[in-house]
Design a protein around this ligand. Structure first.
Ligand code: GLC
Length: 553
């Protein structure tokens, strides 16, 4: 079915809920389904269109739920399947669609299939659903190839057979507790189509696909060698992966209600990336080029141009994303000297000017919400939260910390439980009668960042997001998708969409003059005398009476 131009997801704002850190309903210090259900009015009032929930399935939590042991049930830490079903219904009642996270590249080592494979022994059919290969070296003591895990260390672990003898090795591109599935195997394909139907039958509006570029591997699993070409790696973006999405697309299209696939596609070139967005594959994918881009005028303009051009080739809507549960929060990134993001070098602890970062984050919020396409808001973006950089070593939970030999502090700093209210931890994260310690410690400075403290404060980040998301829905999503650059000088990113609307961001250190306009719809900082301050974004009304009232701060 071709992409439908009016579909909701083409212009949606989607809020990412990192389930274990959003809200704790049962008082154990870990977020859960009950907590989300209680906070649905907050999400509705924020003005987003949909929610994406990180994995909530049964899991030993070796990678915070991205190691799934049962794809058809909810982990008891998060609740029950009945609660999940209730949440889906209640989200819909609140006008919110709900997208779940599907993890198809690997499962948990506790998944029945992997347990069966271990028990069944070498050469068994049960092992063919995974990548079990003999080791190299005289006694098979070396891994089958030179692939490295994304979390550090080799991508292979050797099995000890039930009789105690050393066996073959199995592939895990992430932690050893996350064995990669063999997508050449028909049972793997059938199983996941069934899992899709299981959740579609329960009313979900779509799936975020974890590691969408990685499911299939190059035949023979060849070495990458000492100097690999990042555009031609044997464990990502191999041709077979597109067949999987074509067959999934047929499954989802058989359901009504415009349900969607959103791919986590991390690839080095736009050409590779947009192949996933052809009309019979995924509907959309996260724009990591934009997320990784430095807060600098040239690169930002370039990444916007490149994004729009690449998506136009396949007729898919662009998306805009500033942060997620794997990255450094952008308030922190934008307050550093190096403002780009690099997964391989997260620059933990680099000197940071958080006031500057926050000012830029406000501008970036308006920029992303003004561009055509879909937009993702990671929980806490709307509160202006910074990365938590002082979590004590012994409390770090991300497997990256151990796997990297304590050289990469990992992703815990963006996963700290949200501050909702009050002036001390757990800041309303857990119920008042059961204020358990949150699973990661919250910084005391968050007393000023709680949703409660920011509500009704006209200058707060929360107010900015609420106003912007509402205006986006009422006015901006109706604008033409075409972006036309405005010649407002080399230090600005400025564009119009149609005759009535312009968005201008000032990247210079001095104020710049705004182009001729009839009103300021919204601005991320004070606009006086027609001047836009440094690191500030303004939405302008160009024609008299063209849109809503002025919302300048
Ligand atoms: C994705 C997830 C990340 C997880 C990894 C392995 O990149 O976003 O959190 O660790 O996949 O499933």
């Amino acid at each position: 079915m071709p992409h439908s131009p009016a579909a909701w997801w083409r212009t949606a704002s989607i809020y990412q809920i990192y389930v274990r850190s959003f809200a704790d309903g049962n008082g154990d210090g870990i977020g859960d389904v009950a907590g989300i259900r209680e906070r649905l009015p907050y999400l509705r009032d924020l003005g987003v269109d949909a929610l994406w929930l990180t994995p909530w399935y049964v899991s030993p939590m070796a990678d915070a739920g991205y190691d799934v042991a049962d794809y058809r049930d909810i982990d008891p830490i998060f609740g029950t399947l009945a609660e999940a079903e209730a949440l889906i219904g209640e989200a819909h009642e609140n006008g919110l669609r709900l997208i779940v996270d599907l993890v198809p590249n690997h499962c948990s080592d506790r998944h029945p299939w992997f347990q069966e494979a271990l028990a069944a022994g070498p050469g068994s059919a049960a092992r063919e659903r995974f990548w079990f290969l003999p080791g190299r070296g005289e006694h098979g003591e070396l891994p089958p190839n030179d692939w490295r895990s994304y979390f550090g260390g080799p991508a292979w672990t050797r099995v000890t057979e039930t009789d105690g003898s050393p066996g073959p090795w199995y592939l895990h591109m992430f932690a050893p507790q996350q064995p990669d599935l063999n997508w050449e195997h028909p049972q793997v394909r059938a199983e996941f189509e069934d899992i899709l139907r299981f959740w579609l039958d329960r009313g979900v509006d779509g799936f975020r696909i974890d590691v969408a570029h990685g499911l299939t591997k190059k035949p023979g699993l060849p070495d990458v060698g000492p100097d690999p070409d990042p555009t031609d790696l044997p464990y990502q973006d191999t041709d077979g992966v597109h067949d999987i999405y074509r067959s999934w697309r047929a499954v989802i299209d058989a359901y009504g209600g415009e349900r969607v696939f959103v791919g986590e596609v991390w690839l080095p070139t736009p050409d590779q990336f947009v192949r996933y967005l052809r009309p019979d594959e995924l509907h959309s994918a996260f724009n990591f080029e934009f997320l990784c881009c430095a807060w600098e005028v040239g690169p930002v303009r370039e990444v916007i141009e490149q994004t729009l051009a690449a998506h136009a080739l396949v007729g898919a809507p662009p998306t805009w994303v500033l942060s997620n549960h794997d990255t450094i929060r952008h308030v922190t990134r934008y307050g550093r000297q190096e403002t780009g993001f690099d997964m391989g070098d997260k620059r933990h602890g680099a000197p940071t000017d958080l006031d500057l970062g926050l000012r830029r984050a406000r501008a970036a919020a308006l920029l992303t919400l003004a561009l055509p396409g879909g937009v993702y808001v990671y929980q806490g973006d709307e509160l202006g939260l910074a990365e938590v950089e002082d979590i004590p070593d012994d409390l770090l939970q991300d497997p990256t910390w151990e796997r990297s030999g304590h050289t990469d502090r990992g992703r815990d700093g963006c996963r700290v439980p949200l501050p909702w209210s009050g002036d001390h931890p757990p800041f309303g994260f857990s119920p008042p009668d059961a204020p358990a310690e949150p699973w990661l410690p919250q910084p005391l400075v968050w007393k000023d960042a709680t949703a409660e403290a920011q509500s009704g404060e006209p200058g707060s980040m929360l107010s900015l997001y609420r106003t912007a998301l509402t205006l986006r829905r009422t006015d901006l999503t109706r604008l033409p998708e075409t972006v036309s650059w405005l010649g407002t000088g080399p230090e600005t990113v400025a564009f119009t969409r149609g005759d009535d609307f312009a968005c201008v961001v000032n990247f210079s250190e001095a104020p710049v003059e705004l182009p001729a306009h009839h009103g300021v719809l919204l601005a991320s900082g004070p606009v006086t005398g027609g001047l836009l301050p440094s690191d500030t974004c303004a939405w302008l009304r160009l024609a008299p009476g063209a849109a809503s009232d002025t919302n300048a701060l």
